[in-house]
Design a protein around this ligand. Sequence first.
Ligand SMILES: CC(=O)SCCNC(=O)CCNC(=O)[C@H](O)C(C)(C)COP(=O)(O)OP(=O)(O)OC[C@H]1O[C@@H](n2cnc3c(N)ncnc32)[C@H](O)[C@@H]1OP(=O)(O)O
Length: 221
Amino acid sequence: MVTKNKQYLLYGGSGHAKVIAECIEANHQLVGGVFDDNPDSKGLKNLPFLGEYKIKNHNHPLIVAIGDNKIRKMIVEEVKNLFGSICHPSSCISPTVKIGEGTVVFHNVILQVDCVVGSHVILNSGASIDHECSLGDFVHISPKATLCGNVKVGEGTQIGAGATILPGIRVGNWATIGAGAVIIRDVPDFAIVVGNPGRIIRYYEPANNKFWPFGESIRTK
Ligand SMILES: CC(=O)SCCNC(=O)CCNC(=O)[C@H](O)C(C)(C)COP(=O)(O)OP(=O)(O)OC[C@H]1O[C@@H](n2cnc3c(N)ncnc32)[C@H](O)[C@@H]1OP(=O)(O)O
């Protein structure tokens, strides 16, 4: 019997795309090609380079392989394609977990019981997401970050490498948690938080490319 491999397309030819390509291959599936709008890009070694993305109905699932949450969202909103998701076989995922389209789960990720993961999320190498966490669309959990039980992370938020979020914490939309931070209180939308215990250093609203300092109300912006 001939087994037909599923083919994926990637949008973006960066280091992040290389890891996704490895996840696809580790599942014994194929990367059919790599799109990249950057005119200087040559795509990824040993994979077919398809150049600039052309909007048409491609028959294979696409993964937007771009680490920046805002850019990934902009591209997803423009592209009319079936989206694929992929989990590296070394990841440990409870059968109760729900994972949205376009989401990638890298090497050694732990996803515990009853987690809900949105669409186009990145769960980077070695991230640990414990029971009943809920992650919005376009979230990025960076390498080795730890989410304790029942944590909620809003759309577009990045949790930095090695950060720890204590149980039951709510992190808002489009927030940034610095590498190594320890988050002991809820975090509002757009906040940039660093340190142990985590403190807000400023706010950044990516949709409007707007920064403002800690202490000024979001409502005055
Ligand atoms: C496979 C991969 O690579 S996935 C990618 C993973 N990436 C990450 O984890 C990166 C996470 N990003 C960070 O930690 C960044 O430092 C950010 C987003 C928190 C802050 O970045 P910026 O807004 O550029 O802040 P900036 O560098 O100007 O620093 C502002 C202040 O915060 C401090 N600071 C910045 N980052 C941190 C941090 N992680 N922990 C503690 N303090 C920090 C700086 O020392 C500085 O303090 P000062 O004002 O007293 O001098």
